[in-house]
Design a protein around this ligand. Structure first.
Ligand SMILES: [Mg+2]
Length: 307
């Protein structure tokens, strides 16, 4: 059983445990949605683990803190929500100093400040070997309903908010969660579905299509514009095509959105947001790459899986 099959199992097992009357969206989206006093609360969590999400030798404590909270904030952006508060739990091995641990909180504190997301509690523990950070985030959708993975419609254009691939060379520690961009998008555009690219474009697009009951085509000539500089640098080392890194690498934390407007009708939303059109939603339930000469090939999801 791989990771996503296990998540499906959990979803089925827990689906009828407890009262789900006020839970319109449970397991399987970027955050859960809870109906509360006529509004929508968002709830989610992310674990960041030494040796899995970062190597101590290659990241500062501040960067690790930034990543741990940033991952959760990115999920909140994907729902079109705004963060309300976070709870942070940390299990610390003896090998990491008190100074290092303070640096971790400096990294989280700086991001908490910027995105107005106070850290209001949590737990601290020892860990026999590795550092584990768990971030739980509460958010809300005020002026718009939550944007789900399941809302894509046939004919929607697919857009991403930035270049993709090669994040392992540094972006995975320094990315900015796209909260202001998401807010602008949901207020001004018909955003039907959204997901943040954490596992990799091929994998996250597959999740979006599966939840929406549709397929997609990606335009290779348009994808050229979203191959990051780091994807090209990494491709020189790995021997893969840069496009493969843009499609399959994880942790870019850009948004992938299905929007009911083609590129030539998209209004400008200001200088702080760029939307790159990369493809469209189709009724055929497969995801394919379309080359400039019109030929097609099937795109299989190859993003990061934990088990
Ligand atoms: Mg996500």
């Amino acid at each position: 059983m791989h990771e996503f099959e296990f998540i499906d199992w959990i979803k089925t097992y827990l689906g009828n445990k407890g009262n789900h009357d006020q839970i319109p969206v449970g397991i399987g989206d970027d955050m859960a949605v809870i109906d509360f006093r006529g509004g929508h609360l968002l709830l989610g969590s992310d674990m960041t683990i030494q040796g899995v999400h970062f190597e101590e030798s290659q990241a500062t404590a501040e960067q690790v803190g930034h990543k741990a909270l940033g991952r959760c904030l990115s999920d909140c952006a994907a729902m079109g929500g705004e963060p309300l508060a976070a709870i942070i739990s940390v299990a610390k091995p003896v090998s990491l100093s008190e100074e290092w641990l303070k640096g971790l909180y400096y990294g989280m504190g700086e991001l908490a400040d910027r995105y107005r997301c106070p850290i209001v509690g949590g737990d601290t523990s020892g860990s026999p070997e590795r550092l584990v950070i768990d971030v739980a985030l509460l958010g809300r959708c005020e002026s718009n309903p939550p944007i789900l993975r399941s809302g894509a419609r046939v004919g929607d254009t697919l857009y991403v908010t930035g270049p993709l691939g090669g994040s392992i060379l540094g972006k995975h520690l320094s990315f900015e969660p796209r909260i202001p961009q998401a807010t602008l998008m949901v207020r001004n555009l018909p955003v039907h579905a959204m997901v943040d690219i954490s596992d990799g474009l091929s994998s996250d697009l597959n999740h979006l299509c599966k939840e929406s009951g549709c397929g997609a085509e990606l335009w290779v000539d348009r994808l050229e514009a979203v191959i990051s500089h780091d994807a090209r640098r990494l491709a020189e080392k790995t021997g893969n095509l840069p496009l493969v890194h843009a499609l399959d690498d994880g942790e870019d934390f850009e948004l992938l959105a299905a929007i009911g407007l083609p590129p030539d009708q998209l209004p400008s939303l200001g200088e702080n947001i760029v939307l790159y059109p990369i493809g469209m939603i189709t009724s055929e339930r497969t995801v394919s790459l379309v080359y400039p000469d019109g030929t097609r090939s099937a795109l299989t999801p190859h993003g990061f899986r934990h088990f």
